[in-house]
Write a protein that binds this ligand. Sequence first.
Ligand SMILES: Cc1ncc(COP(=O)(O)O)c(C=O)c1O
Length: 386
Amino acid sequence: MSKKIIYFDNASTTQVDERVLKEMAPYFKEKYGNASSKHAIGREAKEALEKSREIIAKAINANPQEIIFTSGGTEGNNLALKGLFLYNMEAKTGKNHIITTKIEHDSVLNTCRWLEKLGAKITYLDVDKEGFINPKDIERAITEKTIVVSVIHGNNEIGTIQNLKEIGEVCRRNKVLFHTDACQSFTKTELDVKKQKIDLATLNAHKIHGPKGVGALYIKEGIKITPLAHGGGHEKKLRSGTENIPAIVGFAKAVEVSSPEEIKKMEKLRDKLIEGLLKIPDVTLNGPRKERLCNNVNVSFNNIEGEAIGSMLEEFGICTSTGSACKSNTLEASHVLKAIGLSALQANSSLRISISKYTTEKEVDYFLKSISKVVEKLRAISPLAN
Ligand SMILES: Cc1ncc(COP(=O)(O)O)c(C=O)c1O
């Protein structure tokens, strides 16, 4: 068993589903047309593009014309926030304020930091110890200059699922836009742009067994944004560039084949992992027990380094990631774990275990056995643990 790779890093990316791959293949070979071409091969590509748009729109209760294809979550978040800010700047509306949280993905946080250089005022809201945002804090932060509130739906590190409906209602009532980064939550929990009063939503494919490098931004009809890429005017002039048809078709297929049964299965395995991990002495769960992404587990081992645990687990053939995975080059403690009140030491002793629809109970059992051995070994040599 130890020779086989057990992949518990599905929040980073997932294996492409066979059915997705099969759906994509013809669009590299026989059906390679440019969706802007008027001839038959072009029309075939255009048809596939529009069919994919319909599938993705339906999955979030939007209209197809409200879906703009992008290169993924990073571009979607950049397009949403920069696009709105630049539109307001160009139109001289006097609005320059964005409200977000301290637990966003870097593609939101670094976009906001960059916008500050252009004169944006950004409010970075605190979250509670499980990672939930208080809608009342949002309401208090709104001013007459507020353009948009941007809140991550399912957190990529600690799995917290925010109550989008409550936040959406606050935004609608106060006449500000509401954007959510739904890259981790899409197809894993309800995302209904009408019910949850969402104005913009970022989606991507590679977290849901689709290809990398493709995603979508939902923009509610009538909302104006300035494009970042100028060119031939593709995607309603909001995202110029020849559409990546094979990837878009694959994205739509990944959405189409996702199912509620898979979510239930993942929830069961996630809970088994959490219960097993909490039996190890001095282990704490980061993020909530309820309202948690079905594939996410994040724990702190206290006094031993998450990085050390991760590399020892690799000797058992298990791939996980540390809370600071996105910043592993800098070895900086995770901003999300800090935001929920962990010390740098606790944050650096954390491990994220993220499963997928392919995870089996046997793998979970093997993981739990292996992690106990690893923790015991590391605690025996840790100067901090005794
Ligand atoms: C919550 C969240 N937002 C955005 C992204 C970025 O998506 P992409 O890798 O498609 O650019 C990710 C992926 O790491 C993510 O987890």
